[in-house]
Unconditional design. Sequence first.
Length: 90
Amino acid sequence: MKKIFLEKYFPTSRVANIRKEIYGIQQSHGETLFEFWERFEQLCIHCPHHQIPNQLLIQYFYKGLMPTDHSIIDAASGGALVDKTPEVAR
């Protein structure tokens, strides 16, 4: 039943497109950190079976941040975000 549902509503091409968006996500000029996080979360929610490990999701999010927001995130987390466990980073 699950397989039939996924094949109907999440064909392979759609999943591949969403994964590609997640891999290459970039914060837009003028987009706040919160807006960027919301956009990233929506991508992940729209494809719940993307099969990307949490550690990689955090890296893709962090890599897509503008440099000023990198500094804010690092300061708020007490060090580089990518050095944290996925649970701590979230």
